[in-house]
Design a protein around this ligand. Structure first.
Ligand SMILES: *Cc1c(COP(=O)(O)O)cnc(C)c1O
Ligand SMILES: [Zn+2]
Length: 434
């Protein structure tokens, strides 16, 4: 095949329609997220999987860019020059020390705490949404955010030269606010919780011609989450894991990793396998896990009250679909207290050297709870998704970590402090032995 023909084929569009998840009605590929002609269900991007299978192989993907765009055939953008700020291809770490502590044999951490450019998995969904926003002709982009999405939208909009106005609940952590303002967007701090912010944004989306990444662009945005699943499969040597543990806010990430695994099976990139999907929520905002545990197939909205602000969505848009995935894959959806979340953040830091934010603390704490309840087999190849960085939520661990030993710039001052530190460590160690 000549190079020219090869290029023609690789740039062929693989996504075909927006399709209602409830009734199957199809819509054109514009900025639309609900089935407004029939049933008001959510719309999802549909693909021509035969076309994808013809375009990609393990080799072509491995030879692609070192970013989410190596999976472009599975993403809803047309351009050959998507916004690429190095998002994706984060480390998959074999977590041996954490595994030993928990009694597991085969544990991996997918570490999006170091994703680029803003240190959370949201850079994936925003890279896709803003690339599509440009294709659809938007010049101003926006979002309703629990924190990380605002960071990501503001940063990537700055890189792409798009106007940006983002909305957050006013009570977010200082790091999340600073981590948005530095990119100089218009930042609206709304006196209310995320669900109120989201409702307001739906109204703004109707009155202003803006591209809201998680409202009118949501079908495109949410596809970006699949890349977490694709990367794990590729990094495991083109194989699916046995069990995954994923944090749930709206439930989008959780359901899209599931979609991603299935697409890799459908296109022959990996062998089919029954992967168990477990979800993690904070007790103070656990509408999906409550429904799961009560055996309900509907979600009862709650008012969030937890330190895990980035996953505090009381009325989760994809909650019902998350329940469905948990049940059909024989997984669990579990929740943990704020104290367990802090302990989870510390446990991951102390055993693996990874400083995650409260959402990651939630996921580690749920992992621990599921292992202790016998819901994860020690032999299972288990992947835990760490989705955000601890430096953005330092408030959460303030008062729960040690303090520096302040000394004079003199050897004897150091020696005394070192002696004291060792005595303290010995005492602490003895206490843990009783
Ligand atoms: C947004 C977010 C999630 C999950 O979001 P979904 O709405 O369920 O897709 C998980 N972790 C972090 C850190 C987030 O910011
Ligand atoms: Zn419909």
């Amino acid at each position: 095949m000549t190079q020219a023909i090869e290029r023609l084929i690789t740039s062929q569009k693989t996504f075909t329609a927006l399709k209602c998840k409830e009734c199957g009605e199809e819509y054109g590929l514009g900025a639309k997220h609900v089935c407004e002609d029939v049933c008001f269900g959510p719309l999802e991007v549909a693909y021509d999987y035969d076309a994808i299978r013809r375009q990609v192989s393990r080799e072509t993907i491995a030879a692609g860019p070192h970013s989410i765009w190596r999976y472009k055939a599975f993403l809803p953008v047309e351009t050959d020059t998507p916004i690429d700020v190095g998002t994706g291809m984060t480390p998959l770490v074999k977590a041996n020390r954490l595994a030993r502590q928990l009694g597991l044999k085969n544990l991996y951490i997918k570490n999006d705490a170091v994703n680029m450019p803003t240190l959370s998995f949201k850079d994936r969904v925003v890279s896709v949404a803003l690339t599509r926003a440009q294709e659809l002709g938007f010049t101003t982009v926006s979002c309703a955010s629990t924190g990380n999405l605002a960071n990501s939208t503001a940063a990537i909009a700055a890189h792409a030269g798009l106007e940006c106005c983002v909305f957050i609940p006013a009570d977010l952590e200082a790091g999340k606010i600073l981590g948005t303002l530095i990119y100089d967007p218009t930042l609206m701090a709304v006196k209310g919780n995320y669900d109120q912010v989201n409702r307001l944004c739906s109204e703004v989306a109707n009155t202003h011609g803006w591209g809201f990444v998680n409202i009118n662009l949501r079908p495109y945005y949410s596809e970006g989450s699949k890349t977490l699943g694709f990367e794990v499969a590729e990094q495991l040597g083109w194989e699916l894991p046995d069990h995954v543990v994923v944090p749930c806010a709206s439930g989008s990430l959780y359901t899209k990793i599931y979609k991603g695994f299935n697409e890799f099976v459908k296109t022959g990139l990996v062998e089919d396998k029954a992967v168990r999907f477990s979800g993690a929520q904070a007790e103070g905002c656990s509408p999906i896990s409550q429904a799961f545990k009560e055996g309900r197939d509907f979600i009862t909205p709650v008012k969030p009250n937890t330190i895990a602000k980035s996953i505090a969505i009381g009325n989760p848009a994809d909650g019902m679909y998350a329940l469905d995935v948990a049940r059909k894959t024989n997984g669990q959806i579990e929740d943990v207290t704020d104290a367990e979340i802090i302990a989870g953040m510390k446990l991951l830091a102390e055993t693996e050297g990874i400083f995650t934010e409260t959402a990651g603390g939630t996921t580690i704490a749920v992992l621990k709870k599921l292992v202790e309840a016998g819901k994860i087999d020690p032999e299972e190849k288990t992947v835990v998704f760490i989705t955000g960085n601890g430096l953005k939520t330092t408030e959460a661990v303030q008062g729960y970590i040690g303090e520096p030993l302040t000394i004079e710039p003199k050897l004897d001052s150091f020696e005394r402090a070192w002696e004291r530190a060792n005595t303290l460590n010995r005492l602490e160690w003895q206490q843990t032995q009783v």
